[in-house]
Design a protein around this ligand. Structure first.
Ligand code: SF4
Length: 215
């Protein structure tokens, strides 16, 4: 296949986005939350777990510990019964409590709206920070999870596996106003069509634009 020019790749990327807009017009986070703090906690809980399992657990958790103040006063052991159905719940309970305490100590109980301050919180990586920034504060961001990374590679938008580099490559291809939708649409496409093991290329709305499509 001849090498694709930057302009051609940009045009193809724009066409992919239009295809995804038709397939997933309402793409948004599938995590339930009421406040930035609750989204932060839900996102921490969602690492290596399904959004469905997190959404099943968080109503009771947030009813008991709705704010950083309430959660900071708890012990990890007190949180564990609420999130026992979620993988890695002991580690996550510790992260939730220490993050709540850090929010009180460093940010007056508010969730900060910057990547640098978010990733400095216990248990918060760049992906979580980008989810919170984009969904709670409307800041343009692309959170690269396993689906976003896999699709970006299959679509020929990056060669990298490092999430930070994938994020940079996607940011270079799309204007900031498209980042949040792109992130959500790629996740949905990765869950429903372009799955890890056997992508359903025959049912893919952007197959004509994809260099990895099955023959
Ligand atoms: S054509 Fe296949 S590999 Fe390419 S995005 Fe669609 S499902 Fe994924």
């Amino acid at each position: 296949m001849p090498r694709e020019s930057k302009a051609a790749r940009r045009a193809r990327a724009a066409a992919v986005l239009e295809g995804l807009r038709i397939s997933y017009p309402d793409a948004r986070t599938e995590l339930d939350f009421g406040t930035p703090f609750q989204l932060l906690i839900a996102t921490v809980l969602s690492a290596q777990a399904t959004d469905v399992s997190v959404n099943a657990a968080t109503p009771a958790l947030f009813a008991r510990y709705p704010t950083p103040t309430a959660m900071a006063a708890a012990t990890p052991e007190q949180l564990e019964p609420f999130i026992r159905t979620i993988g890695l719940y002991r580690t996550k309970a510790r992260h939730c409590v220490t993050a709540a305490r850090a929010l009180l100590e460093r940010h007056g109980g508010e969730v900060p709206a910057s990547v640098a301050e978010l990733v400095a919180l216990p248990g918060v990586g760049r992906k979580t920070a980008n989810v919170v920034l984009s969904n709670a504060f409307g800041v343009p961001a692309i959170a690269v999870d396993t689906h976003v990374g896999r699709l970006a590679r299959r679509l020929g938008f990056t060669k990298h596996t490092d999430p930070d580099k994938v994020e940079q490559d996607l940011q270079a291809l799309y204007p900031p106003e498209d980042w949040v939708f792109l992130h959500h649409a790629l996740i949905l496409h990765g869950r429903r069509v372009c799955v890890a093991r056997k992508p359903a290329c025959s049912a893919c709305s952007v197959a004509a634009l994809c260099p990895s499509r099955a023959a």
